[in-house]
Design a protein around this ligand. Structure first.
Ligand code: BDR
Ligand code: CA
Length: 322
């Protein structure tokens, strides 16, 4: 049985790896990609999504819907200092590359209305599109099968600020709306989960490079800027929270420990903007998410490595970097 899903993404670095895994995993049935403002310039993110499908030899096979170009309330903040342009300066000829006319928010509403209770969403950017969809149609959360969110930390450190993880920091108001909307949420956090279980170290990156496939080469390009940034801040490798979110949906056997907990998002403080306060069950708060606490890191690495080892034939040649 395949898992029909939509990827809501701010496509750069690990978002690209997520699209690759979703397109290659026989369990996944990718119905759409919806774009949201996040990591890098919006139009570059769209090009990054095309580039990723190109690396798979699957250009044009998945509809790309353009969603919200800015957060709900606050101005957009980028992570270009972390990811560069998100794909290591690669380009392909843009002639004939298409996106859908339908807005990303409307696509989320329509696709889930066509198959109520069947479609899952992997949300790996700021939650603006999801929040707007829930506001526009309050019956939306109930017809989404599972919503896997990458964001926040489990009462741990942030990345863009000491308290704030990027996705929740960029649009904390959207994150609050989503956690209060009634979705069946699974949460993949930055700290401690990603920092402990989803960092690929130099020896693993060398193994991936040695695969010498179009996908492993593409992986090296999209992760190069992030690796340099991560090492400069003391993280010993590239980070893969977005592809972990997909893996948790498709392969629940990778999950070693999780708990149903109450997640609340800070919107009003400048100092702790986007902080995810996760109650561990002793505060009398109703759980609103399954929080992933530990995964089988070796199995996750082997999963992605296996996917990157698979030969593909890119549709178009790269026009070089820069
Ligand atoms: C999150 O922010 C983005 O830069 C990554 O793609 C991930 O979704 C990590 O904080
Ligand atoms: Ca992301």
């Amino acid at each position: 049985m395949t898992v029909p899903l939509i990827i809501d993404t701010d496509t750069a670095q690990d978002d690209c790896v997520t699209i690759i895994a979703a397109m290659m995993d026989p369990l996944a049935d990718v119905r759409a990609i919806t774009m949201v403002a996040g990591n890098v310039g919006f139009d570059r993110q769209v090009h990054n999504a095309h580039l990723t499908l190109n690396a798979l030899g699957r250009l044009g096979e998945v509809p790309i819907h353009l969603g919200c170009r800015r957060p709900m309330v606050l101005p957009w903040v980028s992570a270009e200092n972390v990811h560069g342009d998100g794909t290591g300066g690669l380009h392909i000829d843009e002639e004939g590359l298409t996106t859908e006319d339908e807005h990303g928010v409307d696509a989320l509403l329509r696709i889930t209305a066509e198959a109520p209770g069947e479609i899952s969403i992997v949300a790996i950017g700021p939650l603006t599109n999801l929040a707007l969809a829930a506001i526009k149609d309050p019956s939306f959360p109930a017809r989404v099968k599972k919503l896997v969110i990458m964001g926040g930390s489990n009462n741990g450190r942030g990345n863009i600020t000491p308290a704030g993880e990027f996705n929740f920091y960029v649009d904390p108001h959207a994150a609050r709306v989503v956690f209060e909307a009634g979705f069946d949420i699974t949460l993949v956090v930055w700290d401690p989960l990603t920092l402990r279980d989803a960092v690929f170290k130099r020896d693993q990156l060398a193994e991936i490079a040695a695969l010498d496939t179009p996908l492993s080469e593409f992986f090296g390009h999209v992760c190069a800027a992030t690796l340099a940034f991560d090492e400069s801040v003391g993280i010993p490798g590239t980070t893969h929270p977005d592809s972990l979110s997909l893996a948790v949906l498709l392969h629940p056997e990778f999950v070693l420990k999780s708990a149903r907990q109450h997640v609340a998002i800070e919107c009003d403080s400048e100092l702790t903007r986007g902080y995810s306060a996760i109650s561990w069950g002793v505060h009398g708060l109703e759980p609103n998410a399954e929080v992933i606490e530990a995964i089988d890191a070796e199995a996750f690495y082997a999963y992605l490595k296996g996917i990157l080892a698979t030969p593909t034939v890119p549709n178009r040649p790269y026009l070089g970097q820069g």
